[in-house]
Design a protein around this ligand. Structure first.
Ligand SMILES: *[C@@H]1O[C@H](CO)[C@@H](O)[C@H](O)[C@H]1NC(C)=O
Ligand SMILES: *[C@@H]1O[C@H](CO)[C@@H](O)[C@H](O)[C@H]1NC(C)=O
Ligand SMILES: *[C@@H]1O[C@H](CO)[C@@H](O)[C@H](O)[C@H]1NC(C)=O
Ligand SMILES: *[C@@H]1O[C@H](CO)[C@@H](O)[C@H](O)[C@H]1NC(C)=O
Ligand SMILES: *[C@@H]1O[C@H](CO)[C@@H](O)[C@H](O)[C@H]1NC(C)=O
Ligand SMILES: *[C@@H]1O[C@H](CO)[C@@H](O)[C@H](O)[C@H]1NC(C)=O
Ligand SMILES: *[C@@H]1O[C@H](CO)[C@@H](O)[C@H](O)[C@H]1NC(C)=O
Length: 604
């Protein structure tokens, strides 16, 4: 292993930096999945509930939206009332939507499926009008227009594939179906007091050969004739890598957009989204890289390449978002290696059966991205021997004399292991106090799959082993220090492939806010998952959380002990004693200042 040095220079004085900062929209905070098997059984299972809770537990909406196939299969047709108006039973759909909403998540609502098999053929437009109207209206009423504006209703996924096109749409049918979606959603959003624009995305197309993909190409041709009549606000497409590369995702997307805009120049006016931007297709195919840091690095690299593209490429100017299709539930014996955010262990030998979840590095990486500032510079790249080090510098605010908050993301993309040392030189000519924190995601030390493999991949990890794997979840705190001299050198080591986030905070930033909405979910009767919420922090200096339980002596004990709790969840499995009792949580920042305690909740 060679040891290579690079230096990052952080100057905190009056900004003479020529770096141009631009607003950094959080275009990557989307995940998605397809329920596999019995749709309602899977979507309403306890495992899905825990999956959703965890997905919603990254600070600053690290993941904000979940895009889900086949949602209409949760709806049941009940009967017709007068004027042949269909009446649907939305109980199951409500349950899932409530679960997502409780977790602070928005929905990528794909309008696909067949409630109780009501669609007998491909031309029941009135039924589509009604169904979509009722859904739009229902959830605007249930959650309010503010949240629904942030949902993404979308047309049928990859409509040209026979596995998806269950209603046998031809192009004219498909266009009428889209009209119905548009009609239903806009009718739902009209009300006497205000009107909400509910957006429609589509065609969620693969856009392969035009001969075989008539529907997605066909609708674009139609849209090009008059964009104001196009049903879509956001043009969605799917471009994945071929052999697992982030740059393949980017180049594939760029090539497709070139072709689309070449044929249909008027579509340049639309926002665009690659909402299945994954390294390689086939989520369930086990691949070692998907279990460890390599997938985390690929995802972050994909984000960085699209940020660069958004600034530099004409095709990506209107990039609204990218989404990762990685919210699936993994299954045995591929607990870690499928394209998921968590490893799931189904504890089949227990009574009753339950599942344990271990957080993978890719989730941790998304958590680190959540701490980026609101403005970012261009993507910087340094070639160090045969490795590319990418650096994204972000700040919390523009045009301040003294920055209060900096967050720098460093990514070493090369897959072969290599050790780097780097120095952060901080020059602080002011007498303001700063704290610096470097968190990393690296091979082995923040890689639960590594420890699992070393211990012969137990199918049913025992409590002690679960705890051990959780010790490896990351991020690792590589450095944490106060900047108390005018010029300080902070050294750090990084093992490639790796992600590091450097956060520098001034003590003028408020201590952590009170966290709220503390909740528990039973994993089984001896273990709970605690989750909580924190408002969005533009300059986020929170480092960890402290979790307290009140015992039978009425004493509050800190059950998080000395563990680092970087995100908004905690699995609690007391060695002895009981999960029953009262709980409260507070944040602690990089200066060791703690926020107010959350309200107390009681587990009975
Ligand atoms: C799916 O599961 C539900 C609930 O267990 C059951 O009522 C339904 O019949 C199942 N559907 C199919 C298609 O198997
Ligand atoms: C489609 O099915 C509906 C309901 O069964 C029926 O009323 C309608 O006539 C059918 N349309 C066509 C074109 O087959
Ligand atoms: C679609 O076509 C398949 C194969 O021809 C047929 O089995 C199925 O019933 C059709 N579905 C609808 C909704 O028309
Ligand atoms: C496009 O459609 C809009 C809305 O229907 C219409 O007002 C406009 O005149 C059309 N533009 C063209 C160029 O046809
Ligand atoms: C546990 O049960 C599920 C089905 O419920 C099965 O798919 C899985 O393989 C089982 N796990 C093990 C370790 O056998
Ligand atoms: C240092 O702090 C004092 C007050 O504590 C302030 O008046 C002074 O302007 C500060 N100096 C600099 C260089 O910021
Ligand atoms: C609980 O608190 C009381 C009073 O603060 C203390 O005397 C006692 O030792 C504590 N009990 C335990 C088990 O820590």
């Amino acid at each position: 292993m060679s040891n290579i040095l690079f230096v990052l220079f952080l100057f905190l004085g009056n900004s003479t930096s020529n770096l141009k900062y631009r607003e950094l929209p959080r275009f990557w905070t989307n995940t998605g999945f397809c329920p596999i098997g019995n749709v309602s059984q899977v979507l309403l299972s306890q495992d899905e509930e825990i999956n959703i809770r965890l997905i919603g537990s990254l600070p600053n909406n690290g993941i904000k939206r979940v895009r889900i196939h086949w949602l209409l299969d949760l709806v049941e047709f009940s009967h017709y009332r007068e004027h042949e108006i269909p009446v649907f039973d939305f109980e199951k759909l409500d349950k899932l939507m409530d679960s997502l909403d409780d977790s602070g998540l928005r929905v990528g609502f794909e309008l696909m499926g067949n409630p109780s098999g009501i669609f007998k053929n491909n031309s029941m437009w009135k039924m589509w009008d009604e169904l979509v109207f009722q859904i739009g209206k229902r959830y605007i009423d249930r959650y309010g227009p503010f949240k629904i504006r942030d949902w993404r209703f979308e047309s049928w996924n990859e409509p040209d594939l026979t596995t998806y096109n269950k209603l046998n749409f031809t192009l004219p049918d498909y266009m009428k179906y889209l009209d119905s979606l548009k009609f239903g959603l806009s009718a739902a959003s009209r009300n006497p007091y205000s009107s909400t624009h509910v957006s429609l995305s589509g065609p969620a197309g693969l856009f392969k050969n035009i001969k075989h993909h008539l529907l997605c190409w066909g609708i674009l041709e139609e849209c090009n004739k008059n964009v104001t009549k196009c049903p879509f606000d956001i043009l969605t497409f799917h471009r994945k890598g071929e052999s697992g590369g982030a740059s393949q995702i980017y180049f594939g997307g760029k090539q497709l957009l070139k072709e689309i805009f070449g044929k249909f120049p008027n579509l340049r006016a639309l926002k665009i989204s690659n909402n299945e931007a994954d390294p390689v297709s086939g989520w369930s195919t086990p691949r070692d890289f998907q279990g460890d840091v390599r997938y985390a690095v690929k995802l972050v690299n994909t984000v960085l390449l699209h940020w660069k593209a958004k600034l530099m490429d004409d095709e990506f100017k209107n990039l609204e978002s990218i989404s990762h299709d990685n919210a699936f539930l993994s299954y045995h014996p591929f607990e870690f290696n499928q394209r998921t955010l968590f490893a799931r262990f189904q504890m089949n030998k227990s009574q009753p059966i339950y599942s344990e979840f271990i957080v993978k590095p890719v989730y941790v990486a998304l958590g680190l991205l959540g701490n980026l500032g609101s403005y970012a510079g261009d993507l910087e790249e340094q070639k160090i021997l045969d490795n590319k080090i990418k650096i994204l510098k972000t700040v919390g605010a523009l045009n301040t004399k003294l920055p209060n908050f900096l967050a720098w993301l460093i990514v070493a993309t090369k897959n072969t292991e290599q050790k780097y040392s780097f120095n952060v030189l901080v020059e602080n000519p002011s007498n303001a106090t700063f704290a610096l924190l470097i968190e990393t995601v690296e091979p082995e030390t923040t890689d639960p799959a590594w420890i699992w493999n070393r211990y012969d991949r137990p199918s049913y990890p025992e409590r002690k082993f679960l705890e051990l794997m959780r010790m490896y979840e990351g991020p690792k705190i590589a450095q944490h220090t106060l900047i108390n001299e005018n010029l300080m050198k902070i050294s750090c080591e990084l093992r490639s492939p790796a992600i590091a986030l450097i956060r520098l905070c001034s003590d003028r930033i408020e201590p952590p806010p009170k966290v709220f909405d503390l909740r528990f979910t039973f994993v089984h009767n001896m273990e709970i998952l605690l989750t909580w919420k924190e408002g969005f922090l533009r300059e986020r200096c929170v480092k960890t959380y402290e979790i307290f339980q009140k015992d039978s002596n009425e004493n509050w004990t800190m059950i998080s002990r000395n563990l680092e709790i970087p995100f908004l969840y905690f699995f609690y499995y007391p060695v002895k004693g009981d999960v029953r009792g009262e709980y409260k949580v507070r944040g602690v920042d990089m200066f060791g200042r703690s926020g107010e305690f959350s309200d107390v909740i009681k587990v009975k």
